[in-house]
Design a protein around this ligand. Structure first.
Ligand SMILES: Nc1nc2c(ncn2[C@@H]2O[C@H](COP(=O)(O)OP(=O)(O)OP(=O)(O)O)[C@@H](O)[C@H]2O)c(=O)[nH]1
Ligand SMILES: [Mg+2]
Length: 316
């Protein structure tokens, strides 16, 4: 399968729409930077650096990108500004693909893990429950049986929100009353997933607790209880980050990955923000792959992240 093999027109259109704000912000600033210039010179590179940093790409990744472009300028002193977008696209894509070839093609599940257990974590309001609803929809659409577990028992509304998604998508859900032990809900859900022969079990967790230590302890407890049923569960700990918070999303990624064994990232709310550059920085700087991106509030508005498609859509 080629790079464009699964990049359907629908996916591309929805990605471009989702990235509209980031794109127009980056474009207008690049346009300003190249006014009156015909070639890429040092001054232009300085301005470009500023554009990338203020687009939340992050300093470390921006420096890497600029260095790559400097090399191209050194090789071709008369590099025209008209080619800048193409070169940015090529160099950023090359940078992001450098250390990764682990992308999953679509909403698929690894073989031999049934049920495949996904535990979804992240601070409050980032889009955990919504992402679970969208994932349930996609897995169901691809013929998988899905079971949800409402282990965010901290707020009454949290269980309700997940139940509404379960109804919308028409998948079963395991719930207990508000205030119940989240680990017990997780245990029940995995147990029921085994009994039903579910393909995938997705567990929602609380984003807000009395304090951070409590939150991390609770997440550990939820994980531990599941291993009693399936020794290598949860197979996926998906950290959800709100892209519209820019550098704050970076910070949360640092803190969570230090405290728990996160092995996948989802970046949400790209449609509402000009800070979409944060996906480039996070994808470059964290070993943990960005697996999904949220580009809207609807059921269909979750995509499997593909670095090439992302950069292609941003700079074309
Ligand atoms: N525009 C947009 N909104 C989103 C996206 N993902 C989630 N949201 C919205 O963000 C808000 C919070 O989403 P939730 O799924 O409730 O977040 P949560 O992490 O479960 O929050 P807590 O349960 O409070 O911890 C909701 O209004 C969602 O509709 C997205 O990709 N785009
Ligand atoms: Mg929630």
């Amino acid at each position: 399968m080629g790079l464009f093999g699964i990049f359907t027109r629908e996916k591309k259109e929805s990605l471009e729409k989702g990235l509209e704000k980031t794109k127009s912000s980056i474009f207008s600033r690049i346009s300003k930077a190249i006014v009156g210039k015909s070639t890429v010179d040092d001054e232009l590179l300085d301005n470009l650096e500023e554009v990338l940093v203020t687009s939340d790409v992050g300093v470390v990744t921006t420096v890497r990108i600029i260095e790559r472009i400097q090399k191209r300028v050194a090789a071709d002193k008369y590099l025209g500004t008209g080619e800048l977008n193409r070169i940015l696209k090529e160099e950023i894509a090359a940078l992001l693909l450098e250390n990764h070839n682990d992308e999953s093609a679509d909403f698929d599940l690894p073989a031999g893990k049934k049920p495949y257990v996904i535990m979804v974590v992240g601070v409050n309001g980032v889009g955990k429950t919504t992402t679970i609803g969208k994932l349930a929809y996609q897995f169901k659409k691809s013929g998988k049986s899905v079971l949800l577990g409402a282990a965010d028992t901290f707020r009454a509304a949290a269980v309700d929100q997940l139940r509404i998604w379960a109804e919308r998508v028409d998948v079963p859900i395991i719930m207990q009353p508000m205030g119940s032990d989240p680990a017990s809900v997780a245990y029940d859900t995995v147990n029921s997933g085994i009994a039903r022969g579910s393909d995938v079990v997705i567990i929602d967790t609380a984003g807000r607790l009395h304090n951070k230590v409590n939150l991390m302890n609770e997440l550990s407890k939820i994980r531990k209880v599941m291993t009693k049923l399936i020794p290598d569960a949860p197979h996926e700990v998906l950290l959800v980050l709100d892209a519209s918070t820019g550098q704050n999303a970076f910070e949360q990624a640092k803190q969570f990955t230090a405290a728990t064994d996160v092995n996948a990232l989802a970046l949400t709310k790209l449609d509402g923000t000009a800070k979409g550059g944060v996906v480039i920085g996070i994808s470059d700087q964290f070993r943990i792959p960005v697996k999904y991106i949220g580009v809207g509030e609807g059921m269909e508005d979750l995509q499997v992240f593909n670095r090439f498609e992302f950069v292609d859509s941003l700079f074309s």
